[in-house]
Design a protein around this ligand. Structure first.
Ligand SMILES: C[S@@+](CC[C@H](N)C(=O)[O-])C[C@H]1O[C@@H](n2cnc3c(N)ncnc32)[C@H](O)[C@@H]1O
Length: 294
């Protein structure tokens, strides 16, 4: 079993300026790497994850922090962060929020899990939902949407150059594409010769995962709510792993600064050191940004 290695652990927790007894939100708990670091520094944490496996793991492994009230774990989409935190504050369960961390995307456990369909080198049902309460799986999207929309989805969310050819091949397939292996094989058959080091199915899988989990919409909804619930002078720290995510954060922070809501502390994003990338190649595309509320 591959374990998730937390990306930009030191950099992200330093950026939050943790103080003993203050409350922080980890909007993307995963395996709790960042949460653990905040707790170690004396902070209290409300952590969100919409994947029930992440929450079950957290409830077990972090019981000694949950029981005394240092950690509140919530299975929910961070796109609902404002009403949830507001109601905890009304009940006096938590105080002012001094910092909020978003470490977007999927965990290694999700990607490598053979029965969830995230991985092009697995052979599981083509599901790809991080939150299994969502109605539409990746295989449903392939079946339901028109060839033009599929083409657009692969191009816009994955940057896939052969999007049209792949979309047509999916729609013309004599049998529905319902497993990750079927999709990977179809992509390999339909892509031109690869110059890149990337696996030929990387971009289509990324695009489908983003669409199934409405990842960009979640960010668009979650960031303004985070700013709203954050205490004055508090910080929002984000870690993005692909262009679409980073563009969303960058544009939002720029807009907030123009609206005089605070200061964008990272004109250029913080990226992992060469050593981190060597130890954890998954970190290579990470870009961290920090916003300080007025
Ligand atoms: C990259 S991992 C986070 C890893 C974590 N920072 C750690 O150190 O272990 C992203 C996690 O966020 C969760 N996630 C992604 N989008 C979410 C959303 N909109 N709401 C709640 N959780 C989300 C995923 O289920 C996944 O477990």
């Amino acid at each position: 079993m591959t374990n998730h290695i937390t990306v930009l652990l030191e950099e992200a927790t330093q950026a939050l300026l943790i103080k003993k007894g203050n409350w922080y939100i980890d909007a993307t708990f995963g395996k709790g790497g960042h949460t653990q670091k905040i707790l170690d520094a004396g902070g209290k944490v409300i952590a969100f994850d919409f994947d029930h496996q992440a929450i079950e793991y957290g409830n077990k492994i972090f019981a000694s922090e949950i029981n005394p009230g240092n950690l509140i774990l919530i299975r929910e989409n961070f796109s609902k962060i404002f009403p949830i935190i507001e109601s905890l504050q009304e009940d006096c369960q938590v105080g002012d929020i001094k910092g909020i961390l978003f470490d977007f995307g999927t965990s290694t456990e999700q990607l490598k899990s053979n029965n969830r369909g995230f991985s092009f080198d697995g052979d599981g049902p083509l599901d790809m939902r991080m939150d299994d309460r969502l109605g539409v799986q990746a295989k449903d999207l392939l079946a339901l949407i028109h060839v033009d929309q599929l083409d657009e989805l692969f191009r816009d969310l994955g940057g896939e150059h052969d999007s049209r050819r792949i979309a047509k091949a999916i729609k013309n397939s004599p049998t529905p594409i319902t497993t990750s292996k079927q999709l990977t094989d179809l992509i390999i058959r339909n892509k031109g010769k690869q110059k890149s080091k990337l696996h030929p199915a990387t971009k289509v899988f990324q695009a489908l995962r983003i669409a199934v989990n409405t990842e960009l919409e979640n960010i668009m909804m979650g960031l303004p709510q985070a700013l709203e619930i954050l205490a004055n002078k508090g910080r929002i720290v984000t870690i993005a792993f692909h262009e679409g995510e980073d563009r969303e954060v960058k544009t939002t922070f720029k807009l907030w600064e123009e609206e005089n809501k605070g200061e964008n502390l990272t004109k250029k994003p913080v990226v992992p050191t060469a050593e981190e990338i060597k130890n954890n190649p998954r970190s290579r595309s990470a870009k961290m940004r920090i916003f300080k509320k007025k």
